[in-house]
Design a protein around this ligand. Structure first.
Ligand SMILES: Cc1cc2nc3c(=O)[nH]c(=O)nc-3n(C[C@H](O)[C@H](O)[C@H](O)COP(=O)(O)OP(=O)(O)OC[C@H]3O[C@@H](n4cnc5c(N)ncnc54)[C@H](O)[C@@H]3O)c2cc1C
Length: 458
């Protein structure tokens, strides 16, 4: 990076908000994926005006700019593949307003998800998407990746809560989208266009989010199945039984085995476990829903149902689901974890298909995930120093993506496209929709300075 650009960046953000130190460049070269590339400089803007000036200058000099939240992304979307400047938004981290009467909150993009949860708790409200990385990831990152979590089937994902945005465009213009109203059908929905755009169209500098009253009653149950097919059918049946559980998670046979053998968990030796939570505002409401769930389990040959009584038992049931990913990851030096999603009626076909594919490639794997919205995390463990295993894991992932798309599913229900899934975009999207996506990118960012190289947009 030339001295004049460096000087201009320091003029905009101040010396204390600029770095080109090697230690920082290495830190910003990766996110939670396997991708790596060093930027030339990093800045920590503290206002929308600073972001605007940075983009204006970068656009004039054709310097790539990669926005960044907490760097927890799993698809390489925040990795500065073309070098340039990393725009770390973590210092724009104020909760600017909580307006319970209007059911909304206004935040800066660097606010950590858990900090908003804490701020809303005294009002009895919450922001539902609940990604598992919530203790560290930022709301800007959540909007840019359209993050979701285990309560997605009932409460939806980030896009269902974003009412309005402030965005700085690549040419430095500051734009406000959406409104503070619960409903608005005024003009093109520019807000939605930016949700899930992975920092390729503009930098999000302000977010207005819808918030919900927090449920106060919960019930939790774990069900064991001797056949994966029965578990899959139970999931499908629950989703058209007239109720929507707040959580519906599945662990496959390998997940159970890994937890029994490598974490000494006292789990039944079965082919599938389903964990269900119902929630509401009265116990009658949650019990009514759980009774329906149990009825469906019984019709689908459940072999055991464990009801959690009290916080400790609930925590114990959750422990298996929460630790399965990290326990399985210890089986080999590296792993890939996908987040493929299918229509609910295809859950059984997806689970069976993935098992066949990975077994054929002879690699250890587990499948777990958010069964209620058809979103699963097949995790395949491998040794990156063995070229044969690397090839097999690559082939298995290719086949899983093809299977998913053939079932009418999507490559990603949570983690986004980034770099990891960019080569597969053509499997899911037809030629015309890819052309339209690329022309949208071009009209916002004709010089391709904003997060270039991502989402197969170049
Ligand atoms: C242990 C773990 C668990 C996870 N669990 C979940 C889960 O349950 N659900 C889920 O959806 N994801 C999950 N993730 C993935 C990740 O946490 C989410 O994608 C999250 O939304 C990323 O937020 P971040 O602040 O870390 O963003 P980053 O990783 O820093 O960035 C992600 C993308 O957003 C863009 N971006 C960030 N801030 C802005 C901004 N202000 N303006 C424009 N673009 C911006 C970046 O350029 C990049 O393209 C998990 C990750 C880990 C490591």
């Amino acid at each position: 990076m030339g001295d004049s650009i460096k000087g201009a960046l320091i003029d905009i953000v101040g010396q204390e908000n600029f770095s080109d130190l090697l230690i920082d460049m290495v830190s910003y070269s990766y996110d939670a994926s396997d991708h790596k590339h060093r930027p030339k400089a990093a800045v920590w803007p503290t206002s929308s005006e600073q972001v605007s000036k940075i983009l204006l200058m970068a656009n004039e000099h054709r310097i790539p700019v990669t926005p960044r939240g907490a760097g927890t992304g799993l698809a390489g979307a925040a990795v500065p593949t073309k070098g340039g400047i990393v725009l770390d938004m973590c210092r724009m981290n104020k909760i600017q307003d909580i307006r319970i009467a209007d059911r909304l909150t206004v935040v800066q993009p660097g606010v950590v998800y858990a900090d908003l949860e804490e701020a809303l708790a005294p009002y009895g409200f919450f922001f539902p998407p609940d990604p598992a990385s919530g203790s560290v990831c930022t709301l800007g990152g959540n909007v840019a990746t359209n993050a979701g979590g285990i309560r997605g089937a009932k409460y939806g994902v980030t896009m269902d809560y974003v009412m309005a945005l402030e965005v700085v465009l690549p040419d430095g213009r500051i734009m406000r989208t959406g409104s503070d109203c619960m409903k608005s059908v005024s003009g093109y929905d520019l807000t939605r266009l930016f949700v899930g755009s992975e920092g390729t169209l503009g930098v999000i500098t302000g977010i207005t989010l819808k918030i919900n009253p927090k449920p106060t009653a919960f019930e939790t149950v774990q069900a064991s199945f001797a056949r994966l097919k029965d578990a899959g059918q139970a999931i499908t049946d629950i989703m058209h039984s007239g109720i929507i559980p707040s959580v519906l998670e599945l662990l496959d046979e390998n997940s159970i085995k890994v937890l029994r053998e490598h974490a000494s968990m006292n789990l039944p030796d079965v082919m599938a476990l389903i964990l269900v939570e119902t929630d509401g505002y009265t116990e009658t409401e949650t019990s009514f829903q759980m009774a329906k769930v149990i009825e469906v389990f019984r019709k689908n040959n459940v072999i055991d149902i464990q009801v959690a009584h009290g916080t400790e038992e609930v925590e114990e049931l959750w422990r298996a689901r929460k630790s399965v990913g990290s326990v399985a990851a210890q089986l080999r030096p590296n792993n890939v974890s996908e987040d493929v999603t299918v229509p609910i009626s295809k859950v059984s076909d997806l689970l069976t298909g993935i098992s066949i594919i990975v077994r054929n490639h002879d690699l250890p794997f587990v499948i777990f995930g958010h069964a209620g919205d058809g979103n699963f995390h097949p995790r395949i463990m491998y040794d990156p120093s063995d070229p044969d295993q690397v090839e097999r894991v690559g082939n298995a992932v290719d086949e899983i993506f093809k299977l998913t798309c053939n079932l009418g599913g999507t490559l990603t229900g949570e983690h986004g496209i980034g770099l990891s899934k960019a080569p597969y975009m053509g499997l899911e999207h037809d030629r015309v929709s890819l052309e339209v996506m690329r022309s949208i990118k071009k009209s916002f960012d004709p010089n391709n300075i904003l997060n270039p190289g991502k989402m197969s947009l170049d």
